[in-house]
Design a protein around this ligand. Structure first.
Ligand code: FE2
Length: 443
């Protein structure tokens, strides 16, 4: 007889032990701790036809959002298609969503997951995978909306309710509703102290409101809850701690975090590499010597050749190439991106709309053609959400633009952009220093 999961969601599973192991894996996914794939593999070893297990496994791979996992996802999809006859309707919708992802129709995937949650709001895997898809797609309205639509189907007494509030907090933050976001994020942490996604959401609020000192204290003081050795998201939360320190001019601490927490094992995972590339670029914009760190990172990007799968990754690879004078790699990436922009699928649209002009802007900046960098970045800076990431991550485009305006001697523009930053972050020491620099420029 087909069983329902712990939240009462009907599945096609008939083995209660498989569902129990899936619950352990879901909890790991919610906390970003341990190896959820290894866990679900235990269930699949004993129950090779466990549809929900295969779905979970495929979606965990897809959430790395990089080309290297594509063959694995396709293989898992093949197995799921064989099992589709025994799957229930909701599970078949998951299979279709995975197929969309593998075919490069990421918006299709996100929409299908949305539909699943509309019909079955207590499918927490669909909800969280959908939430992450919204992040990769830069769909901030749905980061808030998707969770808001599902929340009434749960009560505070439901196990894992805190994780829903953590997702709600991040969506609210990306939509600029900082008060409601902080309220949700702090409640989430109270319910689930190890909710590193909620920790991250509150950290984002502090970043957006330039509460650097408070942010450092909040993150450092709660390290036991988000920086555990087995926490797969710790690198990104460390990246945020580095940003707080960067804007307070504590460059030694930034480099210490880079070496100790962001890139100690020289990961080849794109999500980790992009944070590393972004931090080094920010340091470079501030004129800080980062030693051989960019060389190592750029060499890894070049060896992996993970180009033109996701435009947001490409921008960070280009920064590494430009910073290390890798002209051939930069040429190859730009050519491939131009070709990609002519194609179809979600990444082609992202590349066309924002990825390619930003790649060219970064190259122009690196070649000290600052006026050209301004011309390329200025029109796309407020459309950059189309290639995903968070406001905090995309701030790199704004920072590069204002630095280009300064270096090109565009006094009026530099001052205007500095004014804009001050308006958004009046207490940010870095924004104030930009305003001072702009003011000191010759007219
Ligand atoms: Fe973040």
């Amino acid at each position: 007889m087909a069983l329902s999961d712990a939240r009462g969601v009907p599945t096609s599973a008939t083995n209660p032990e498989s569902l129990e192991i899936l619950e352990t894996a879901i909890r790991q996914f919610q906390c970003y701790r341990g190896d959820a794939v290894e866990t679900i593999d235990r269930a699949l070893a004993d129950d090779p036809d466990f549809v929900a297990g295969h779905i979970f496994r495929a979606e965990m791979h897809a959430m790395l959002w990089e080309k290297t996992v594509l063959p694995d996802v396709e293989a898992m999809l093949g197995r799921l298609k064989e099992l589709a006859g025994q799957a229930n309707e909701r599970e078949r919708a998951h299979i279709a969503a995975i197929a969309d992802w593998a075919a490069g129709d990421w918006e299709g995937m996100a929409a299908r997951l949305d539909r699943i949650v509309t019909d079955e709001p207590r499918d927490v895997v669909a909800l969280q995978v959908g939430h992450l898809s919204d992040f990769f797609l830069g769909n901030r309205d749905n980061l808030r909306g998707r969770v808001a639509r599902a929340l009434p189907a749960y009560s505070r007494d439901d196990p894992g309710y805190g994780f829903l509030l953590g997702m709600a907090a991040f969506g609210l933050e990306e939509c600029g509703d900082y008060g409601a976001a902080e309220d949700a994020g702090r409640q989430a942490i109270e319910l689930e102290p190890d909710d590193c996604w909620a920790q991250h959401a509150v950290c984002h609020i502090m970043e957006m409101q330039a509460r650097q000192e408070e942010g450092i204290a909040f993150m450092e003081g709660r390290r036991a809850h988000w920086a555990q050795d087995d926490n797969g998201f710790a690198f990104h939360n460390w990246w945020h701690v580095a940003l707080f320190n960067l804007d307070n001019d504590r460059f030694d601490r930034v480099l210490e975090i880079y070496d100790g927490a962001l890139r100690p094992e020289r990961s080849e995972i794109q999500l980790e590499m992009l944070d590393a590339a972004a931090l080094l670029w920010r340091l470079r914009l501030r004129g800080i010597d980062t030693g051989g760190r960019y060389e190592e990172l750029a060499a890894t990007y070049e060896t992996l050749g993970e180009h033109c799968f996701y435009a947001f990754n490409d921008m960070h690879a280009m920064m590494a190439y430009v910073a290390t004078g890798r002209n051939q790699a930069a040429d190859a990436l730009e050519r491939a991106a131009a070709e990609t922009a002519e194609g179809s699928g979600t990444n082609a649209r992202m590349t066309r709309e924002v990825g390619l002009p930003i790649l060219r802007g970064v190259r122009a900046f690196g070649a000290e053609r600052y006026g050209e960098a301004v011309d390329l970045l200025m029109p796309v800076r407020y459309r950059a959400q189309a290639f995903g990431g968070s406001h905090a991550q995309r701030d790199i485009v704004h920072r590069t633009l204002i630095e280009a305006a300064m270096r090109d001697g565009q006094h009026g523009l530099a001052q205007a952009l500095a004014n804009e930053r001050i308006a958004l972050k009046p207490d940010c020491p870095f924004s104030r220093s930009l305003a001072d620099r702009a003011k000191g420029m010759p007219n």
